[in-house]
Design a binder for this molecule. Structure first.
Ligand code: GLU
Length: 476
């Protein structure tokens, strides 16, 4: 079987971690099987669409590296990929259903339906349409439709089967009694098509093999399964992903803006770390590994290791995964990624020896954007810092150590972390200072604290002129 998965968002706002997780699973699964990942925009509900919504989705997916093989912007063999321009597919399908009496026109008005519901209301069972119009004679039905009487189109739910059985790859076998499913609407009185209908027509038309989406859609699945059956199309593999709850254990809400994909991007999370984190929302690696590259994920993903239990967003965990991804990057790579986040207004010096600066600070970063919190370690407010440096050198013992190190640094030809580290030790040796007695005063002089990054790295980041300037202030 050719695996074809899809992500079918409605353009109602930016993607957040809860809804983009379905995209991540579909993309990974398609890649795992060497299949195709289709992007379809479900924009039939004009009232809910927001301006720029589609562009935002494309942008967020692209940033995450979830590239699509077919979609609204690039087209494809099964297009178009926006539901708002697929009416001809829906109409042709409805026509076919009507011809086979698998669907029928229903003339009941909202008032009639409400009255009917009241009449049958026993206070317990869910109200469902009685199927009254299903029995209208064909000639009468034709006449009323021809005369322009308002009507919707309903599916004639098969009466010869008692239950609809669904095999879900995650939730297992689920059975729904057909007598609990009313003859549901596929085209509304105003001509619009319902969600369940459009989705199925498109999933069939686009030859989608796997429908992987949030568990919130499980309740729609029996109706969709009926449609696949009535349309004599093979059902796709269904897999419903468990609910993602907010960090507070409550349902995800708009309020949790920090979980929007765009927000994570702005904070400087690497896309591969976010993808890694998304995959862990419901799925686990066979060896319980949690830090996984994109290709690790493609290799290992599978619906068999997705659980049913709700999962909860955990910012700490996301930051941890992210820090591990940063740790995997080459120095040049991480420096390039961090650079756009530097607040150059606040830290104009930071870009001078930028790679060395990142090298000194990288172990403190969970995101690229964290850099600004740590740059002040190297570049503190100059007024205070100068005074403190002068204070350090006023102790004669300390001054002896600092001067010895200073001498070694002045004559050092190469200004790289390793050579610098050795020069500091050599300076210490000259005056028989080592360990804390050597490193603490030097670090305190350079960054105002006894603890911090490796001295060689601090010196490399500051660069020769700035480092020696700081020594001058402490030793003058
Ligand atoms: N358009 C639906 C949504 O945004 C998804 C439909 C589906 O995956 O079947 O929730």
């Amino acid at each position: 079987m050719t695996v074809r998965t899809r992500f079918a968002p409605s353009p109602t706002g930016r993607l957040h971690l809860g809804n983009v997780r379905a995209a991540a699973f579909n993309w990974l699964l398609a890649k795992h099987h060497g299949g195709s990942f289709v992007l379809r925009i479900e924009d039939t509900d004009a009232d809910r669409n927001v301006a720029g919504g589609e562009e935002a989705i494309l942008e967020d997916l692209s940033w995450l590296g979830l590239d699509w093989d077919e979609g609204p912007d690039i087209g494809g063999e099964y297009g178009p990929y926006r539901q708002s321009v697929r009416d001809n597919h829906y109409l042709a399908t409805i026509q076919g259903l009507l011809e086979r009496d698998a669907a029928y026109a229903c003339f009941c008005t909202t008032e009639q339906l409400a009255a009917e519901a009241e009449e049958y209301d026993d206070g317990r069972t869910a109200q469902r349409y009685s199927g009254k119009c299903r029995n209208i004679e064909i000639d009468e039905r034709f006449e009323r439709v021809s005369a322009g009487e308002a009507h919707c189109i309903r599916i004639a739910v098969p009466e010869d089967i008692q239950s609809i059985n669904i095999k879900d790859e995650i939730f297992g076998s689920i059975s729904f009694a057909t007598n609990e499913i009313e003859d549901f609407v596929v085209q509304r009185t105003d001509g619009r098509f319902t969600y369940n209908f459009a989705v199925v027509v498109d999933d069939i038309g686009m030859e989608i093999s796997h429908v992987i989406r949030g568990v919130g859609h499980l309740s729609n699945t029996p109706k969709q399964a009926i449609l696949f059956d009535v349309l004599s199309a093979p059902r796709p593999v269904f897999g419903h992903l468990p609910t993602v709850l907010g960090a507070d254990g409550k349902k995800l809400s708009k309020r949790l803006g920090a979980t929007a994909v765009a927000e994570l991007r702005a904070q400087g999370f690497p896309p591969d770390a976010v993808l890694n984190y998304l995959s862990l929302l419901g799925w686990s690696h066979p060896e319980e590994k949690e830090v996984l590259t994109r290709s690790d994920l493609i290799g290992a993903i599978g619906l068999e290791r997705v659980g049913k239990s709700d999962t909860q967003l955990d910012e700490e965990k996301l930051r941890w995964v992210s820090s591990r991804h940063l740790g995997m990057e080459e120095l040049q790579e991480i420096a390039d990624h961090v650079r756009p986040f530097v607040d150059t207004g606040m830290f104009p010096e930071a870009l001078t020896n930028f790679q060395a600066t990142v090298d000194a600070l990288r172990t403190r970063l969970s995101t690229y954007g964290d850099i600004n919190e740590h740059l002040e370690v190297l570049y503190p407010d100059e007024g205070d810092a100068e005074e403190k440096r002068q204070g350090i050198g006023s102790d004669p013992e300390v001054r002896k150590v600092l001067t010895a190190v200073q001498k070694r640094l002045i004559i050092l030809p190469a200004w790289d972390p390793e050579a610098l580290d050795q020069a500091v030790r050599a300076g210490g040796k000259d005056v028989e200072a080592r360990g804390a007695a050597l490193f603490h005063p030097v670090r305190k002089l350079l960054i105002g604290s006894e603890k911090g990054p490796d001295l060689g790295k601090i010196l490399a980041a500051l660069g020769r002129p700035e480092a020696l300037r700081r020594f001058d202030q402490g030793c003058s």
